[in-house]
Ligand binder design. Structure first.
Ligand code: PLP
Length: 388
């Protein structure tokens, strides 16, 4: 298992791609749904199986992997490992944030219509505790900093801003929104799931109070674990109501009468973490840490430029934003029957992610121009026999 926490000499896109066997026959363009499987994750998963087979119950070794995953995620977002809780999914991370606010003097939460639904649902479910949720609307898939800032009020507790929207790859101006929100005394939550791994997600630069991200998409791990970064020193009006032994100061004290909370972000943890996902996540993150986030973003924006130009010049309508400054690692094509178009492309070895009225073509550092050409050809071929 590689232990490097920084990329002194980042991998080239070709070196990176060589770690992913799927590219031998497929154009994997669906990292927004699930990242491609790397040779390192294959090895890590078999290490997990072997350790189980040979040692029976090697909890110490397994928990080390959870910590390695935590450390690597911390390195990626420029945080300290103790400021990161290992949780099961982004919804749980959002729940920890929502459930530890009080909604007394400040009861508002500001989110947006391109937020991942389950995160927005966690905010909505706080209505019972007095929270009032407002949504910033999008205009043809775009939400600007001004749109968000116009929705900020002094009686709000939290603003929720995804780094990139799952719906169409819109990159949001998190820092601008965070500055305005902090000036009004709000806390800032960032769902980095659709960006971290393929673009910078530095909590110092974003200046966010919370950041959530799971490992299964651009971080190239498996489903099962996610991380919640919490700004050090942030006071909690309410102790986490969803808790368990991994949130205790001494998890191995086994005292059922003592409900103490770890002083660091571990206070947001609950029970036994998903160990196989920790192995996979640590391995996926090891590859990501051998790349440079700024270079990754440039790479996917260049491929996105190619896709956008080809589609627009062929008269194909897009849901993703046109401007470089707003586009993330995704170009999405509007389609009347996105599932059917997705299946048509999959039959030709081109894997995209249908969602609602569009197919999401997502780009990672491993994708190349050949993948981009294949998806353009496939979409244009489909259009010969079907309405888009
Ligand atoms: C932006 C974003 N947030 C969160 C999730 C997933 O949330 P959870 O980990 O709760 O399933 C996804 C995709 O599945 C996503 O695209």
């Amino acid at each position: 298992m590689h232990m490097a926490l920084t990329a002194d000499r980042p991998l080239t896109p070709e070196q990176f791609r060589a770690h992913f066997p799927i590219f031998q026959d497929k154009a994997h363009l669906c990292s927004c749904s699930e990242g491609a499987l790397s040779d390192r994750v294959i090895v890590a998963m078999s290490e997990f199986m072997t350790s189980w087979r040979v040692h029976g119950a090697p909890w110490h070794e397994w928990m080390d992997y959870v910590d390695i995953a935590r450390q690597r995620f911390a390195a990626l977002i420029h945080a300290e490992p103790q400021d990161i809780a290992v949780v099961s999914c982004a919804s749980e991370a959002a729940y920890h944030v929502a459930s530890t606010l009080s909604y007394q003097e400040r009861n508002g939460i500001l989110t947006n219509d391109l937020e991942f639904p389950s995160v927005a649902h966690v905010w909505l479910a706080q209505a019972e505790r007095g929270a009032k949720v407002d949504f910033v609307a999008h205009r043809e898939g775009v939400i600007t900093a001004e749109d968000y800032i116009a929705g900020l009020r002094d009686d709000q507790a939290l603003v929720s801003v995804p780094l990139v929207s799952y719906a169409n790859g819109l990159r949001l101006p998190v820092r601008e929104i965070a500055d305005a929100a902090h000036a009004k005394g709000l806390r800032v939550f960032v769902d980095a799931y659709q960006g971290a791994g393929v673009m910078p997600a530095d909590v110092r630069e974003l200046d966010c109070d919370y950041l959530a991200c799971g490992t299964l998409k651009y971080l190239l791990g498996a489903p099962g674990i996610a991380f919640l970064y919490v700004r050090p020193g942030l006071a909690l009006p309410v102790d986490p109501p969803l808790t368990g032994w991994f949130a205790r100061r001494e998890p191995f004290a086994f005292n059922p009468r003592l409900l103490d909370y770890a002083e660091d972000a571990r206070r947001f943890q609950t029970g036994t973490p998903a160990i196989p996902a920790a192995f996979a996540g640590a391995a996926g993150l090891s590859l990501i840490l051998e790349t440079d986030p700024g270079q990754n973003l440039e790479h996917v924006l260049n491929l996105g430029d190619y896709l956008q130009e080809e589609f627009l010049s062929a008269g194909v309508a897009l849901f993703s934003p046109r401007e470089h400054s707003r586009r993330g690692p995704q170009v999405s094509v509007l389609a009347q029957d996105a599932e059917e178009l997705g299946a048509f492309l999959a039959e030709r070895g081109v894997l995209v992610s249908p969602r609602g009225h569009a197919i999401r073509i997502s780009l990672h550092y491993y994708n190349n121009l050949d993948d981009a050409r294949r998806v353009v050809e496939g979409v244009l071929e489909y259009r010969k026999g079907h309405a888009l």
